[in-house]
Design a binder for this molecule. Structure first.
Ligand code: HAM
Length: 444
């Protein structure tokens, strides 16, 4: 029975009292993405399993160990998306990526699913904000993509994030590297975990991001791709770095970054923080020049990144970054008696038409309890309507923080206008009092 009231392991509820934090960061993501020319893409939460096997790679940890895969009643193998890139690429391809002018820029906010061992910053259901750019092989695009992520972190006032970049080359130069890597791991063949023994022949680079302690210890001294780059990849990487230098984005080159997904080519990058424990990568991305082709399209060099929203919020909390709390109730309209209730309802309706937050009692409480509630929701103004007020068609509206009262008409047409006037008058009075107090303190 207890299972009914317990969320599944590795998931999080976002409750009404804290959802404003997500909305705040999500708004910033979208604003920033739009300022770089990106438009939103929405794709299904589940895709055919083959998409991830192909796209993400069937020797990755994500595909081999972490996917939520099931067979439908119709016998199809379906997987909950473990990330956003493959689905977005599939959708672009399906709907004719070649029909629009290049580059095509898409951003998304998605839930993702990975069957991992939950810990702080590592969930089984988590959320990503991502940006993907299709149809450019130019190094300026890599630098622009990194700068988009950097500008999001800057807007959010996040400090001390380290940008780590690397190049993992292209198909061409990787052949040499794989030979060196295979020769290195061959020496430790017996010690590798079973999955990595298999990877040794199929995709030795995946051993580098195996989470097993033995494999990661062995990986420490493995050769790095940076030493095997072909001229084209080397030149591309140099250009990316020079563009980052030009816009003063600081980075370190970390030759150990390989990323956990198979589609990457050339530039890869991560934003890492030392403030949130072991799951320190807040954002990761890179170029994936072969993915669209791998999925059946034509040559379409592309790139992107995704940042983990839960990790980002953990980081903002660790750095005590304040997130503006939502606007409190502007006006609470208390009512006594049936006529008064109807009046309160119609006034609230008028106010809300102007997108102003107004409430009246919908619980059927007595007046005292209504006012207690108005206090609790920190209403800026309150108003009580009873028999007399209905008769006279006016009432006293009270500023809840200092108790100042003003007369206000209860005409549906005039109420909103008068309320706005009262608010302005009150704010003006507050400013005057502040100035006078300042002057007196100065004189004193
Ligand atoms: P990723 O590095 O697997 O890359 O994930 C991106 C971000 O998602 C991570 O940096 C982290 O913040 C967050 N994340 C990943 N797994 C979890 C988890 N189990 N719990 C909480 N947060 C998590 C990708 O997914 C690529 N699709 C990024 C990309 C887009 N590359 C190119 N375009």
């Amino acid at each position: 029975m207890a299972l009914i009231t317990k969320k599944p392991k590795g998931t999080e509820d976002v409750l009404p009292k804290e959802s404003y934090k997500r909305q705040f960061v999500e708004n910033i993501f979208c604003e920033e993405a739009k300022s770089f020319g990106y438009k939103e893409i929405r794709t299904p939460v589940f895709e055919n399993t083959a998409l991830f096997e192909r796209g993400v790679g069937d020797t990755t940890d994500v595909v081999q160990k972490e996917m939520y895969t099931f067979t439908t009643k119709g016998g199809d193998s379906i997987t909950l998306r473990p990330e956003g890139t493959a689905g977005a690429a599939r959708a672009m391809l399906e709907h004719g990526i070649y029909n629009d002018g290049l580059p095509i820029k898409a951003y998304y906010l998605v839930s993702c699913y990975r069957y991992e061992k939950p810990q702080a910053g590592r969930l089984r259901e988590f959320h990503q904000f991502g940006m993907e750019c299709y149809g450019t092989a130019c190094a300026a695009a890599d630098a622009e993509m990194i700068s988009a992520a950097a500008s999001i972190f800057e807007r959010l006032q996040i400090r001390d994030l380290e940008l780590q970049i690397n190049s993992i080359g292209c198909k061409k130069c990787r052949a040499e590297y794989y030979k060196a890597l295979t020769a290195y791991f061959e020496q430790y063949k017996d010690e590798l975990c079973d999955t990595c023994k298999d990877r040794l022949n199929r995709n030795p680079m995946r051993i580098l991001d195996c989470k097993s302690p033995v494999c990661s210890e062995i990986s420490k001294n493995a050769p790095v791709m940076l030493d095997y780059l072909c001229d084209e990849c080397k030149e591309h990487f140099e250009k990316v770095k020079s563009y980052l230098d030009a816009v003063k984005i600081e980075y370190i080159v970390n030759p150990k970054i390989v990323r956990g997904l198979d589609y990457y080519t050339k530039t890869v990058f991560e934003f890492v923080s030392s403030d949130i424990g072991a799951q320190s990568t807040v954002c990761g991305g890179g170029r994936y020049d072969g993915l669209i082709e791998e999925l059946g399209g034509q040559n379409m060099p592309s790139l992107g990144f995704a940042l983990g929203i839960e990790r980002l919020l953990l980081l903002m909390e660790a750095q005590n970054i304040e997130i503006p709390t939502p606007q409190n109730c502007e006006i609470f309209i208390g009512a006594m008696g049936d006529e008064a209730y109807k009046k309160a309802f119609s006034l609230a309706t008028q106010i809300r038409k102007a997108s102003v937050y107004a409430e009246f009692d919908v619980v059927g409480r007595g007046l005292r309890a209504q006012m207690k509630y108005a206090d609790k929701i920190k209403a800026a103004y309150s108003l009580v309507i009873g028999e007399n007020e209905i008769k006279e068609n006016k009432a006293l509206i009270k500023n809840m923080s200092d108790g100042t009262q003003y007369e206000i008409s209860l005409d549906d047409e005039n109420f909103m206008h008068e309320f706005m006037e009262i608010k302005i008058k009150h704010e003006f009075m507050e400013i005057k009092i502040k100035e006078e107090t300042k002057a007196i303190t100065k004189e004193g």
